[in-house]
Design a protein around this ligand. Sequence first.
Ligand code: MTE
Length: 328
Amino acid sequence: MLIKVKRGWELPESAATPEDIYLNRRQIVKALGIAPAIAASASVLPAGMAMAVTTDKDPSVRLYPVPRNEKFTLDRPITAESDATSYNNFSEFGSHKQISHAAQQLQIRPWNIIIDGMVEKEFEIGVDDLLKQVKLEERLYRHRCVEAWAMAVPWSGFQMSELVKLAKPLSGAKYIAMQTILASKREMPGLRQFWYPWPYQEGLTMEEANNELAFLVTGMYGKPVRPQNGAPIRLAVPWKYGFKSIKSVIRFTFTDEKPKTFWEALQPAEYGFWANVNPEVDHPRWSQASEWLLGGPQSERVPTQLYNGYTEFVAHIYPPDASDIYFR
Ligand code: MTE
């Protein structure tokens, strides 16, 4: 986000591997039985092999598109796919917006998700097995970053309450802490920013996670979600600032303690646990009264809405007089 850092160590864009090629490399290597550490090296592949298999795809590709749930409507045009997939916040790849190319290095299969903490029985599940157990649908959601840019995206995925049900939490569980994969620094060069409290972590209350708006995203624009947008599974909680929507999640921990989140750990005066969108509560360094739409000029602002326009879904969760629900 808006913490300035040196970026001299980053891979030049030209050095990153295109997505098709890295996905294919992974599958070839798996078929050949080569260890993952060796698989990371391009040099193990016979010349021309990547070329031969570039049509290979994300294994979930045949699941999309999925039926749209018409309940979730927009008051603005859908953001162009090219904008939503090329202007991203994903600090693990760098503290700037042009991380989409670098993010193609992320190995998105196999991808095991750990469900642990206060649950009947802890377990681990592969993302493709999880996808067989849930109802996939498309939802048009607004997204409002705390930096004041916004977009509207056709996400595909499933309601988070389905995951909660599968997890069978104990009655004492009050929160769900979530964690992003901590891959190698080669895959995620942004991890070299050692002053950040990696891994990226976020949290919701059980009530928030069970709210019908809380959505686990596995696809976008009728295709699997792209690595730069949080493949293979990320959160979308559109009534909260974008930093709550954690990407590339590998762990859901049920707990009775309020989770310490990444941005809160880094800058508690600026980023809090609740982070509900509110045009009347400014960020300590800038106004939250308006926003600009990705793809359009930054000078053209539209008013920001309370809970990003999702009041009818979530207002009942929060006490009307709470002064600490936004940033602290
Ligand atoms: N998740 C991880 N793991 N790392 C991040 O840096 N950035 C957050 C959120 N999830 C972030 C993350 C922020 S600040 C925003 S605005 C959204 O991802 C951006 O999502 P997008 O790139 O798909 O638009």
